[in-house]
Design a protein around this ligand. Structure first.
Ligand SMILES: *Cc1c(COP(=O)(O)O)cnc(C)c1O
Length: 553
């Protein structure tokens, strides 16, 4: 039987309705559109520069008030039937962002590992957005595939990972850690002759992941997400310099019975609060001896490799099986700019997948495949473009100077804090952070005053400092509220750091004055929870660290 389909050009069969017409510059990627994008950006920047600012890193006011006025400035949360036009929309958003947002380039912004991004990276990111390439297949964007391979090669080279190294960009350090533990899990299972990808993890006997008690909480979350359970994570105590104790790692691995599968040692290179680097060469030796995957979480610390002065602190990184890198921390990229590097490309075999509409075998053989097999994502932003622009523009020297500047600012903060009788230095400037606390006249007020002064500064919009919790009196002691400067602004000065310390002192004294005369509260403070690490923090006291049960092992 034959079908008689109407010929497509038969005029009578075509809808007579004309197609809607659009301006030639509607789409960012066209030549007209690129120009329109640049004009619109210039206009939005004009609005941002003209918008009223608080003068500090945060808007003035309590969080609920700031959020309400930001919502008011946006207008009712309904999709308008008729749009206001591009310029009006961009101007409104620019005013909201500037008037109610955070100013990370302000020299008194020093709370989190959230840097002020570099101009060249933002420009490159905008260009990459206009192209909207992906990375899963060849035809989703050949250029960005090449750019990501270039970035991975450059970063792996800087890490010293060798010729077989590989890697992939991810949406953040948390997900780089997840991916690393997935590769480690599947590698361990394969050694046991198991296919956990197909069969699930139920049959994997007693998975164990060893990490410092100061490791980032994303290690715990990754184990939960991977079906290993958070109980797979065995936090290892730290020494007097807050480094994971290698003797304890070795003793635990020796003692693991047949019912257990050691999946990975997770070393931290640059702990979130203190910037401490675990002893990488010794951990690599133990990992090799036991045939265990060594993952180094260098989310924060990797950037230290740009600095000739600080790079030696990461010696041993080249011995890792995998490395987490966050360039949206010590790398001045707009988020996200993270990578998981591996010592061996074959590690990614666990992610191989053939998908009919993306990478059929004959297309792959002909070279049409992309990086689908490196990632848990399918569509993926070309984050490599801004990183490549930054590495090319500034080079190792340029970035190293920025790292050195921030390290020097942290050193200045450390000296200033140590010289202030009202302040107590808790963690010295290893990389670009300093941890400290205010000593209230009544030690029972310490936690309240330190927590309160930070909120006071934030509400005044005057200065943005970080907060964490540290066990000051050894393992098992309660965690006490501490303050933290995270210095990531290479254009800030020593005077700015002095102004930060002065702001802390002023706010502390105001908090103390507010308390004095009030009846003393006898109920205990709730145990504070660190916003950076979920793990216990210990004091720099070698004896207490060595008296733990494993100290003798
Ligand atoms: C910040 C951080 C992470 C998490 O990275 P995100 O990019 O915020 O997901 C992991 N590990 C360490 C040591 C970190 O400092």
């Amino acid at each position: 039987m034959t079908h008689t389909t109407p010929h497509p050009t038969t005029p009578a069969r075509l809808s007579p309705d004309p197609l809607p017409r659009f301006a030639p510059d509607l789409l960012a990627g066209s030549p007209d559109g690129l120009l329109a994008t640049s004009t619109a950006l210039a206009s939005a920047v004009g609005a941002a520069l003209a918008a009223p600012r608080s003068g500090g890193p945060l808007p003035v006011g309590a969080p609920a008030d700031v959020l309400r006025s930001a919502a008011d400035a946006l207008g009712p949360a309904v999709l308008p039937l008729v749009g206001v036009g591009e310029d009006a929309a961009l101007h409104r958003l620019a005013r909201v962002l500037v008037g109610h947002g955070v100013d990370l380039a302000h020299p008194l912004a020093a709370a989190h590992l959230q840097p002020p991004p570099l101009a060249v990276a933002v420009a490159a990111d905008a260009l990459a957005s206009a192209g909207n390439s992906s990375l899963d297949t060849y035809d989703s964007g050949p250029a960005t595939l090449a750019v990501e391979r270039w970035v991975v090669g450059a970063l792996a080279g800087l890490a010293g990972l060798g010729d077989r190294a590989d890697g992939v960009l991810t949406p953040g350090g948390s997900l780089s850690n997840l991916l690393a533990l997935l590769l480690a899990r599947d590698a361990a299972a394969t050694r046991l002759g198991m296919d956990v990808r197909r069969d699930g993890v139920a049959a994997l006997p007693g998975p164990v992941v060893l990490c410092s008690e100061l490791a980032h909480f994303s290690v715990h979350r990754a184990c939960a997400a991977l079906g290993l359970g958070e109980c797979a994570v065995r936090p290892v105590p730290v020494d007097h310099r807050r480094r994971m104790r290698v003797d304890v790692v070795a003793a635990r691995l020796r003692r693991l019975g047949a019912g257990h599968t050691p999946l990975a040692i997770v070393a931290t290179a640059g702990s979130t609060d203190f910037g401490v680097v675990d002893p990488l060469p010794q951990l690599a030796e133990v990992a090799a001896e036991h045939g265990v995957w060594l993952h180094v979480d260098a989310a924060y610390g990797f950037g230290a490799l740009f600095s000739e002065r600080l790079a030696p602190r990461l010696a041993g990184l080249e011995l890792a099986d995998s490395v987490t890198v966050d360039l949206h921390k010590l790398g001045w990229q707009p988020a996200a700019a993270s990578a998981l590097l591996t010592a061996d490309a074959s590690a990614f075999a666990a992610l191989d997948r053939e998908v009919a509409y993306l990478n059929p075998a004959d297309d792959s053989l002909a070279g049409y495949d992309g990086l689908l097999g490196r990632s848990l994502q399918t569509t993926r932003r070309p984050d490599a473009v801004k990183i490549a622009a930054t590495l090319l523009a500034h080079g190792r020297h340029g970035l190293g100077r920025m790292v050195d500047a921030c390290h020097a600012l942290a050193g200045h903060a450390q000296r200033r804090i140590a010289a202030e009788p009202e302040l107590e230095l808790v963690g010295p400037a290893e990389l670009t952070t300093v941890v400290f606390r205010y000593r209230a006249p009544d030690p029972a007020w310490d936690d309240d005053v330190n927590a309160g002064l930070r909120r006071r500064l934030a509400e005044e919009g005057h200065a943005l400092v970080g907060r964490t919790a540290v066990r000051l009196a050894g393992p098992g002691s309660p965690r006490r509220v501490c303050l933290k400067f995270t210095l990531l602004n290479p254009t800030a000065t020593r005077e700015d750091v002095d102004a930060l310390v002065d702001a802390v002192l002023d706010a502390a004294r105001a908090c103390v004055a507010g308390r004095a005369g009030r009846p003393r509260r006898d109920r205990a403070m709730p145990e504070p929870v660190s916003d950076a690490t979920d793990a216990a923090l210990t004091t720099p006291d070698p004896t207490s660290a060595l008296t733990t049960e494993e100290g003798a092992a």
